[in-house]
Design a protein around this ligand. Structure first.
Ligand code: DAH
Length: 351
């Protein structure tokens, strides 16, 4: 039986295999139930005790060697396969782009760019804040009391842990952050993501708002009104916008109001500007002195106004998008239709 003496050839045979299938075939050939090694071990029965011992030992050494070499070879083959895969899947990033598949600016981004551009012309600066907020910034400092429905579990995503953090439910906490860090005059807008535990055709658990805040010594409700009218006329590209302010309630403003704009339906499409129907578009008011004091600003010396609006709503109305959920579907054809070219002038406003 040449098996034991033939170790070198067997090892070479194993080491020259380049596929897992071939390796398995070789392994079965030697070590399988009916393989050469088990058969040879069976054949030892007819030998003398001494021969049995020495041949048996030899065969077991060969068996071990085959097992180990197969194991090693398996790793070598697998590594080689990974290497080949990496080589064959290399992407040449220096190739020119496929123009027919060029990306588009999402309507939400486009809307944010327009808002920044319009308020930028009115001397507002952009402020941002984190998506994860403290309970203090999101609620307490804004005069939202402990029992307020906005704090309920069904509305707010609370973050596990001892810090009492939340996913911000509105962009208003950036008012607090700014007032705590800067002295008036303050004139900011805050576009950003916001979160509420809500989901249907008009609500998404993640959505966008833009917040505005002005704090100085003499801004009034009249300034608030003219600012918002100027913004909406520019944004919807209408002259003499028809609007109305309704008294409302927000804990962080006093007095508070909601603003409606008039619209008509033309061929089932909403046209903002005039008409017999009213659409609620934003919330606003004079900053509550309690909020100023919570942010270490002297409410006897300073006053101001604030406003907040939903970006999806503005975007849907401006671009005729009917289902809020479509904003967040990864649907390239939708984006191809509603998206904006990278070369659009408005998109290059600096963000
Ligand atoms: N934070 C309010 C909301 O999420 C919106 C809002 C209303 C913001 C009035 C304001 C404001 O700054 O003055 O519903």
């Amino acid at each position: 039986m040449a098996l034991a003496e033939d170790k070198k050839n067997i090892i070479n045979e194993i080491k020259s295999t380049s596929s897992i299938d071939d390796l398995e075939k070789i392994r079965l050939h030697y070590l399988g139930k009916k393989g050469l090694i088990p058969e040879a071990l069976k054949g030892l029965g007819s030998l003398s005790i001494d021969e049995k011992k020495s041949k048996g030992q030899e065969l077991n050494i060969t068996k071990k060697l085959i097992e180990e070499t197969v194991k090693e070879q398996k790793i070598i083959i697998e590594n080689k396969e990974i290497e080949n895969k990496l080589i064959s899947e290399t992407i040449d990033v220096t190739l020119p782009p496929n123009i027919s598949q060029q990306g588009k600016i999402h309507p939400i981004s486009q809307t944010i760019f327009s808002i920044i551009e319009i308020f930028g012309n009115l001397n507002y600066v952009v402020e941002t804040g984190p998506d994860i907020e403290t309970d203090f910034n999101n609620f307490t400092a804004l005069n939202i009391p402990e029992h307020h429905p906005a704090r309920e579990m069904q509305d707010t995503f609370y973050i596990d842990g001892e810090d009492n953090n939340v996913l911000r439910t509105h962009t208003s906490p950036v008012q607090v952050r700014t007032m705590l860090n800067k002295q008036p005059p303050i004139k900011i807008i805050v576009p950003g993501r916001t979160y509420r535990s809500d989901s249907d055709a008009t609500h998404a658990p993640m959505f966008h708002q833009v917040e505005g805040l002005v704090v100085d010594e003499n801004s009034t409700m009249v300034d608030l009104k003219s600012t918002l009218v100027t913004f909406l006329e520019e944004f919807f590209e209408v002259k003499n916008l028809q609007y109305r302010f309704r008294p409302s309630y927000f804990p962080f403003t006093e007095p508070s109001a909601e603003m409606d704009v008039a619209y008509t339906k033309v061929n089932n499409k909403i046209k903002i500007g005039e008409g017999d129907n009213w659409l609620e578009i934003l919330g606003c008011g004079m900053v509550n002195p309690i909020v100023l004091e919570n942010c270490n600003i002297d409410s006897k010396k300073y006053q101001g106004f604030a406003f907040g609006m939903g970006i999806e709503r503005l975007s849907m109305l401006k671009y005729g998008i009917s289902d809020l959920r479509s904003f967040f579907d990864p649907n390239y054809r939708w984006l191809e239709h509603y998206g904006f070219s990278i070369l659009d002038s408005q998109t290059r406003s600096g963000l």
